[in-house]
Design a protein around this ligand. Structure first.
Ligand SMILES: *Cc1c(COP(=O)(O)O)cnc(C)c1O
Length: 244
């Protein structure tokens, strides 16, 4: 059996190799360890192995682990990566350092309202990503952008929401997040990642006031392809922590 440290090292090496293939600096890619279904002790062990970014899918599950790891609060960065219901927006805004899964204007508005109460950086802003679904896969959450490159109305509808989200004073929009449809060959995800990157580039031109730096894409089965296509954040569970 490999140890957690060995698996983490192997993943970091694969991230670095993928980055070098496309002449990117591996240091610009952030690894989020996805710890859903694993107990707080596993997160503590990951932290000792040098992993400071933790991704959780569910607010309640994360809350219990955060309580158990209260003493490590300063060393850990908590990412919410799973679908968030608006009735949990308050708790999420209080607990998480970054929310990747903002998938509606309404949710953004709720998070904005509650981020004002949670004390954060000097400006009190909560970093968020907009989750987009460019594949049309019905099981995936995210702003529906299936066909945005051929249907201007789809893109314009999204831009109208983006404009309103950017105007929310307590959110800091950092970029986009996506989940590619699962398939046996990671190459199948490449066009999806590429389309999300094109969307990001287009938004950056249209809304230059926001940074649009981050692309959160790539999981255990497809993170190397995602990095080749521009991912700045990869969310990896099984390759580090084993099967759930
Ligand atoms: C579970 C999950 C991951 C990690 O998936 P693995 O295949 O275990 O690497 C990444 N992102 C999201 C949104 C997830 O739900």
């Amino acid at each position: 059996m490999e140890t957690l440290t060995e698996r983490l090292t192997a993943v970091r090496e694969r991230i670095a190799a993928a980055a070098r293939r496309v002449n990117r600096d591996p240091a610009t890619i952030r690894l989020v360890g996805v710890t859903k279904a694993h107990p707080a002790d596993v997160i503590r062990a990951a932290l000792e192995a040098g992993l400071c970014d933790v991704g959780e899918n569910r607010v309640q599950e994360a809350e219990a682990k955060m309580a158990a790891l209260e003493a490590e609060r300063q060393r850990l960065t908590w990412h919410l990566i799973g679908h968030l219901q608006t009735n949990k927006a308050k708790k999420a805004a209080m607990l998480f350092d970054m929310v990747h899964s903002v998938d509606s204007l309404r949710l953004a508005q709720m998070l904005d309202q509650h981020a004002a109460e949670a004390s954060r950086d000097a400006q009190g802003r909560l970093p968020i990503l907009l989750q987009v679904n460019v594949s049309g896969e019905a099981t995936k959450f995210g702003f529906d952008l299936d066909g945005w490159e051929t249907h201007l109305d789809i893109y314009e509808r999204f831009c109208a929401d983006v404009e309103r989200i950017l105007a929310l004073p307590h959110l800091d929009v950092r970029g986009l997040m996506t989940i590619a449809p699962w398939g046996p060959d990671p190459e199948q995800a490449r066009p999806i990642f590429r389309a999300v990157r094109r969307l990001r580039d287009k938004l950056a031109q249209r809304f230059p006031a926001a940074a649009w730096r981050e692309l959160s894409m790539g999981m255990t089965d497809d993170f190397e392809v995602a990095i080749e296509e521009g991912a700045t954040i990869v969310r990896i569970g099984r390759a580090i922590f084993g099967e759930r």
